[in-house]
Design a protein around this ligand. Structure first.
Ligand SMILES: CC(C)(COP(=O)(O)OP(=O)(O)OC[C@H]1O[C@@H](n2cnc3c(N)ncnc32)[C@H](O)[C@@H]1OP(=O)(O)O)[C@@H](O)C(=O)NCCC(=O)NCCS
Length: 217
C-alpha cells in the first residue's frame, strides 16, 4: 500500500540512516544517554522546549531517553544528529504524533551541544529529516510548534521552507506566564518544489545496519 505512513526496516543501534554534507542522522544508541541528560539539564535549552520549560533531572531524562527516544529511534522516527567530520554527537531530532489520515507528523529538534549552534547544523538536520519523512516514511506534511521568542529556530525553519499556519497562547502555570507559540508546516510538494535537498551525496540506504557499519570513522 503506497498510501500508508511507513515504518522503516529496523536498523542497528548507531547505524547511519541519512547523510548530508556535514552531518548525518543515525539511529540512537544507548551510549548517547549521558549527552542527552546533559542537554536536557541545561536551563537555556529547556526554556526552548516543553516539559513546563524546566530542565529535566537525571532520572527524568533517563526515563525519557529509554522509554521514548530509543524505541522511537528503533522504529525509524527519531535520530541522533552526528557531525560527519569527527563523529561527534550534536543533538537529537524526531517525528512524533503521526496522523495517518493526513500522513502528517510533528517535528522536534535539539542541537544539545551549544557550541554547535549557529553553524548551519540545525538547518541541515531539519532538511535531512524532511527528506527521510517524504522519501522514506511516506509522509505528506511536517508540522511543528515553536515559541515566538525562539528566533534562531524560526529562522532555521523558514530557511528550510516551513511557513506559519497559525498561533496560540498557552498559560504556563508553574511560571505564571503566557507562552506564545507559532505553528508551522511544510508540505512534501512545497519541499520538492524548493529543491533544497540537503544531500549532495546519495542518502545511505535504510537497512539492517550491516552496510552502515562498514565505513564508520
Ligand atoms: C534551533 C536549533 C535547532 C537551530 O539549529 P542551529 O544549528 O543553531 O541553526 P542554524 O545555524 O542552522 O541556523 C540558525 C539561523 O538562525 C539565525 N540566528 C542565530 N541566532 C539568532 C538570533 N538570536 N535571532 C535570530 N536569528 C538567529 C542564524 O543567522 C541562522 O539563520 P541564517 O543562516 O539565515 O542567518 C538549535 O539552535 C537548537 O537546538 N537550539 C536549542 C533547542 C531548540 O530551540 N530547539 C527547537 C525547539 S522548536
Amino acid at each position: 500500500m503506497g498510501q500508508r505512513v511507513r515504518e522503516t526496516v529496523a536498523s542497528a543501534e548507531g547505524a547511519r540512516i541519512r547523510a548530508g554534507a556535514r552531518i548525518e542522522l543515525r539511529r540512537h544508541d544507548p551510549a548517547n544517554l549521558a549527552s542527552f541528560q546533559r542537554w536536557y539539564a541545561d536551563p537555556d535549552i529547556a526554556s526552548m522546549l516543553r516539559h513546563d520549560l524546566s530542565p529535566l533531572n537525571a532520572r527524568q531524562s533517563q526515563s525519557y531517553f529509554e522509554t521514548l527516544i530509543l524505541p522511537l529511534s528503533a522504529r525509524g522516527f527519531c535520530w541522533a544528529i552526528v557531525d560527519r567530520t569527527d563523529g561527534r554527537l550534536l543533538g537529537t531530532t524526531a517525528l512524533t504524533e503521526i496522523i495517518s489520515r493526513t500522513r502528517s507528523a510533528l517535528f522536534r529538534i535539539v542541537i544539545g551541544e551549544r557550541d554547535a549552534w549557529g553553524q548551519g547544523f540545525g538547518t541541515e538536520a531539519t532538511r535531512l529529516v524532511c527528506e527521510e519523512a517524504f522519501a522514506a516514511l511516506n509522509l505528506l506534511q511536517i508540522r511543528l510548534e515553536v515559541f515566538e521568542h525562539n528566533h534562531r529556530a524560526i529562522a532555521t525553519y523558514e530557511r528550510v521552507g516551513f511557513h506559519q499556519t497559525g498561533s496560540h497562547t498557552e498559560f504556563v502555570r508553574n511560571r505564571g506566564i503566557d507562552l506564545h507559540i507559532r505553528e508551522m508546516m511544510l508540505g512534501k510538494a512545497d519541499y520538492d518544489r524548493l529543491g533544497t535537498f540537503a544531500s549532495r551525496i546519495p542518502p545511505y540506504p535504510v537497512g539492517n545496519g550491516a552496510d552502515d557499519q562498514q565505513d564508520h570513522g
